[in-house]
Every structure is written in structure tokens, then in C-alpha cells.
Design a protein around this ligand. Sequence first.
Ligand SMILES: NC(=O)c1ccc[n+]([C@@H]2O[C@H](COP(=O)([O-])OP(=O)(O)OC[C@H]3O[C@@H](n4cnc5c(N)ncnc54)[C@H](O)[C@@H]3O)[C@@H](O)[C@H]2O)c1
Length: 290
Amino acid sequence: MRLKDKVAIITGAGTGIGEATAHKFVREGARVVLAGLPDDPVKDVAEVIAAGGGEAEAYLGDLSEEAAARACVEAAVRRFGKIDVLVNNAGVFIANAETQEYRVEDFERTIRCNLRTAFLMTKFALPHLQKTRGNILFTGSEAGISGSARFTPYGASKGFLHAFAKGVALEQAHYGVRANCVCPGPIDTAWTRGPGGPLSLEIQKSIDQMVPLGRRGSPEEIANVFAFLASDEASYVTGALWLVDGGVTPAKGMAGAMVPEELRRIPAVTLPLRHAHDGLRGKHVHLAEK
Ligand SMILES: NC(=O)c1ccc[n+]([C@@H]2O[C@H](COP(=O)([O-])OP(=O)(O)OC[C@H]3O[C@@H](n4cnc5c(N)ncnc54)[C@H](O)[C@@H]3O)[C@@H](O)[C@H]2O)c1
């Protein structure tokens, strides 16, 4: 119960990593506000939590809109009286094209959903986090460190979050507020597995070969690190970029090809996940022909 008596807002909480983080935080004793786009299955996640005896408030809205982000923070304070943790996890990965073909509308949607959401939520939550000496977590990416061909704006949006998290950590330390950024490698969500995503099925097959641990990570493996960083056990951790990437960031070549089959298995899922691969449902994904 590392998050006992804590109140956390988790964005992008209806699917993938956000859904897992919601369940993990509740298991660790937190009460949670789960935020997502109006079509996201956020209410379903909140209902599963309530059925298991936890406390969760669902908030639906586009958090890249100032009014929606402000209202989400207000809803958390109204329901639970305080905020201890903000997890800025919402994001999109909705195009695969060389930069000269990358559509301006996809660029703008990426900036809105990946940057504006995190900036606005941080801005509105900070006065409350200063009262509780709380902390902020961001979902960055190995793509924000290494860059990414064919989705250059996506990688760049994550690079923004890395620097933003560090700046917030430096600036807010004198209030006792920590800020850290988790940088996942390829995680087993709609973004890396299944049809209709931004990666071709051929590329999807090669992912495990590129990762030194020989496999994708699971949403729960990211949630485990978030739970630690959000807790008082991480009281001396701030301004950190925390790689949770199976070793892919420093890797060169096909390091994962040498990993034996029995070591490639993703650890058993212990959380009641229902939407790990639903994040792209209803979203247009643009794939350039070349
Ligand atoms: N899956 C991976 O391989 C991977 C790797 C590195 C980083 N990440 C990061 O992890 C985070 C979660 O990704 P995921 O793989 O779980 O994908 P996902 O699509 O399942 O989750 C992202 C969620 O954010 C929501 N969202 C997007 N824009 C929003 C907005 N404006 N307002 C409210 N909600 C919004 C989406 O609807 C979705 O439910 C993202 O920030 C992503 O960049 C993922």
C-alpha cells in the first residue's frame, strides 16, 4: 500500500499504460481520477475499480483544451479534497510518414495531445500539488531520446516532455514538489501490436529482435515504475528520466535475436486489464505510401 491515502489524477487512463497505472495505483491504496477523451473507456475502468472496492472518478474531455484540463483538476479537488500525484500519460501516435509527407494536421494533433495536455494539466494541478508536497509523472519515450524516423514529430514531442519534466523538477523543488519522467520502450498496446496502428505488421514482427530483452514491455511493467516514483519511497528522486525500455535505447543492431524463447515471455498480468489494445479505436491513423 505504497500510495495509501494519496489522490492521483491519471490522464489517458481508459486504455493501455494509463489503464494499468489506474489499477496499480488503486492496488497501492490510492484514490484516482481517470481522465480520457470522450470516446475512451474511462468509465468502464472506473467501474471495474469500484466493483473491486476502490474509489475512482471518471473525467471525460479533451485535455488539450484549457477549460477541460482546468475542469479535470477541479473535479479531482471537488471529489477528493486534494491532489497528491498527477500522471501526465495521455498521448497519440497517429501517423507514419517521412517528414516531407507528414501531414500538418497530424503534427498539430500530436503537439496538442502530447504537449498541451501535459502543460495544461501541470499548470492547473501545481497549486494543489504544492499544498500536499506532491509529485508529477510524465510518460516520455525512448523516441524522445533517440529520435524516431517516420514519426519525427512524435519523438520530438516526447523530447519536449523530458525537458519540461526536468524544468518543472528544478523549479518546484522549493515547494517540495517532485517531477519525473518515465521513458518506455515498445510496450504491448495498440501502438505496437495489431492491425490499424501506425506500425506495419512487418515492423511489428521485428520489434522484439531490436530489444535486448527480446520482447515488448507490458503496460503493467510501466505502471510498476510509476507506482514507485509516485510513492514516498522515491522521495529523493526528482528530475529523472527513467528508462523502462528493455535496453532498447542504448542497443545497436538486433540484440534481441539472441534471447532464448523462454526468456521472451511477458510476465503474467496481475491487474484486471480490459483495454490494453483499445487506444487507437475511433482514431484516424495516417500511413504514407512510401
Ligand atoms: N506503447 C508504446 O510503445 C509507448 C512507448 C513509449 C511511450 N509511450 C507513451 O505512453 C503513453 C500511453 O500510450 P499507450 O501505448 O498506453 O497508448 P493508448 O493509446 O492506449 O493510451 C493513450 C491514451 O491517451 C488518450 N488521449 C490522447 N489524447 C488525449 C487528450 N487530448 N485528452 C485526453 N486523453 C487523451 C487516448 O485516447 C488514449 O486512451 C503515451 O503518452 C505514449 O506516448 C507508449
